[in-house]
Design a protein around this ligand. Structure first.
Ligand code: TPP
Ligand code: MG
Length: 282
């Protein structure tokens, strides 16, 4: 049976995604700062990439030249990203408890000079895709076979720099580039469609020359299935629109704009642990 179809494997991936969720919330409680809603919406995507066998990376050799590059363009969701990196083995899990402490490797936004596994410093929205296009073009020019995966927010796509980068990706036919959009429909403060309309989002990416597929961003099996077949179309960059729920998995945070950077209390953490069915062991 292929691994993606194995129910045991799918259940393990879901549990790992839920661990990433609770770990990120615990970090935010520790720092009294963080981005709960977007951490929770992206957990299944990150689990699938790192623990579902999509990214060709080696935590023992974080700068292995042939590795796939992953860039978290929505760098504010560092809590989920660091938890996925720790679970993959890039650094000891107990480092997670230093989130945002003075001199910690775990800044509020990822720093490639501090933390193994981080490829680019992100946080200012709209930079991850331009960096990824440059990396993918660089790989192509050197005849390398590694791919670049970049995770953007949906509100983030309101930054014009993304569309300049998308035009460039089309121009060069960067089939080694995969954009994943965390389409949780909420940005900072409100719903995207109330703030600045994003739809028809898939058609917009198509018009910019991308091969586009959509998937339930909480269905690890569906995500694995799509992401294990890139490029989606020969000669084109790929875009996966992952339809997600901001705050996914924790009922009080689901679909609530206020939980964009809501900070959980200890009571919230206990309720989340019971809903997610996991414990944090660091
Ligand atoms: C250039 C820039 N402007 C503003 C911010 C502040 N900011 C942080 S997160 C965020 C909202 C992002 O929304 P979205 O891209 O939808 O992310 P998600 O819903 O996945 O958290 C904003 C405006 C920023 N980080 N960078
Ligand atoms: Mg969003």
């Amino acid at each position: 049976m292929p691994e993606a179809a194995n129910p045991e494997h799918a259940a393990r991936l879901k549990a790992q995604a839920n661990w990433i969720r609770l770990s990120a919330m615990t970090m935010t409680n520790h720092a009294q700062l963080g981005h709960t809603g977007g951490d929770l919406s992206s957990a299944d995507i990150l689990a699938t990439l790192y623990l579902g066998g999509i990214l060709r990376v080696d935590p023992q050799q974080p700068r292995w030249p042939q590795r796939d590059r992953f860039i978290l363009s929505k760098g504010h969701c560092s809590g989920a990203f660091y938890s996925a990196l720790a679970l993959k083995g890039f650094f000891p899990r107990d480092q997670l408890k230093t989130f945002m402490d003075p001199l910690s490797m775990l800044n509020g936004h990822p720093d490639r000079n501090k933390l193994p596994g981080v490829e680019a410093n992100t946080g200012p929205l709209g930079h991850g895709l331009p960096i990824s296009v440059g990396a993918a073009l660089g790989a192509r020019m050197r005849g390398e076979t590694w791919r670049v995966f970049v995770l953007t927010g949906d509100g983030e796509l309101q930054e014009g720099s993304n569309w300049e980068a998308a035009m460039t990706a089309q121009h060069y036919g960067l089939e080694n580039l995969v954009v994943i959009v965390d389409r949780n429909r909420i940005q900072q403060g409100d719903f995207t469609e109330k703030t600045l309309k994003m739809e028809p989002l898939a058609d917009r990416w198509r018009a910019f020359g991308f091969a586009v597929v959509e998937a339930d961003g909480h269905d690890c099996k569906a995500l694995r299935d799509r992401l294990s077949r890139v490029p989606f179309e020969a000669g084109k960059p790929s875009c996966l629109i992952a339809n997600t729920v901001k705050g996914k998995g924790v009922s009080f945070a689901e679909n609530q704009p206020a939980w964009h950077h809501g900070v959980p209390t200890r009571e919230h953490l206990a309720a989340a642990a019971s809903e997610l069915g996991v414990e944090v062991d660091w």
